[in-house]
Design a binder for this molecule. Structure first.
Ligand code: NDP
Length: 274
């Protein structure tokens, strides 16, 4: 497993376990399976409705709490300073732990324009030692720039859609420049077309891997953190098994060539549901 250092010094694995669309009752077995395979970074969110399931896994696992990085996210309906602090308390109760490792704003919902005060609540939680690191998801450059201008603490990550068909080059450059790590969601396009891409299939044959493993390794080799989701034991294992090879510079360059600027999910500016 490769690790990166967040801009506040916290160490984080470059591969984590995604939990979107995992029903609560399936969450603890899936997380326990993932932990057994070696995953240490878990990506939940209030809106996924499975923080309690993560909490059950935390109770059952023999891996010490301090070896795990638990992520959760404040949902759009809880934006605002006091609302965010209250939402955090609820998350903590469901997770059954006394701190969160990585607490993120789920979407900026720019139409409501409360992400700055929401972020200030995250800063308070960080200063109070209730979270080990704070960051955001789905922030465009202009939203990140607002935080840089109006807040004190740099976000450690921006978690955004990224896969070989939506490579986010500009965001990647901005994040690198500001010491923010890009965390890639839907790295397999939620099991979509990218897994049948001819180049990824060709590289899979070359490296003796699967197209999914090539797509995940590409993230690692480009400096991102990647959080694939699976509830299938063989895939949980497969997705973890990407640390015994490296893509050559030439192959990284080839993958650059298949970018289609094709989003699977909504653009941050358009996502204003609460
Ligand atoms: P992924 O891109 O990780 O793909 C998951 C899907 O692909 C599932 O249907 C899974 O099926 C299938 N799959 C997993 N591994 C393989 C494999 N090796 N070969 C073939 N198919 C495979 O999807 P997500 O959209 O879930 O994104 C990953 C995580 O990112 C989320 O779970 C969540 O934690 C985070 N996320 C964050 C967002 C945000 O706004 N911050 C938005 C979206 C996602 P099965 O489970 O049946 O095995």
């Amino acid at each position: 497993m490769n690790h990166l250092k967040l801009n506040n010094g916290v160490e984080i694995p470059q591969l984590g376990f995604g939990l979107w669309q995992v029903p609560d009752e399936e969450t603890d077995p899936a997380v326990l399976r993932a932990i057994k395979e070696g995953y240490r970074l878990i990506d939940s969110a209030t809106v996924y409705g499975n923080e309690a399931g993560v909490g059950r896994a935390l109770k059952k696992t023999e891996v010490p709490r301090e070896e795990l990085i638990i992520t959760t996210k404040v949902w759009n309906s809880d934006h605002g300073y006091d609302e965010t602090l209250a939402a955090f308390d609820k998350s903590l109760e469901l997770l059954g732990t006394d701190y969160v490792d990585l607490y993120l704003i789920h979407w900026p919902t720019p139409k409501h324009d409360q992400f700055v005060e929401t972020y200030k609540a995250l800063e308070k939680l960080y200063k109070d030692g209730r979270v080990r690191a704070i960051g955001v998801c789905n922030f465009d450059i202009e939203h990140l720039q607002r935080l840089l201008d109006e807040c004190e603490i740099l976000p450690v990550v921006n978690q955004v859609e990224r896969h070989p068909y939506f490579q986010q080059e500009e965001m990647m450059d901005f994040c690198k420049k500001h010491d923010i790590i890009l965390q890639a969601w839907s790295p397999l396009m939620t099991g979509g077309a990218v897994l049948e891409d001819p180049l990824l299939e060709e590289l899979a044959n070359k490296y003796g891997k699967t197209p999914a493993q090539i797509a995940l390794r590409w993230q690692v080799d480009s400096g991102a953190i990647v959080i694939p989701k699976s509830v299938t034991p063989t895939r949980i294992k497969e997705n973890f098994d990407i640390f015994d090879f490296e893509l050559s510079e030439e192959d990284m360059e080839k993958i650059k060539g298949i970018d289609r600027n094709h989003r699977k999910g909504p653009a941050p500016k358009e996502m204003n549901v609460r």
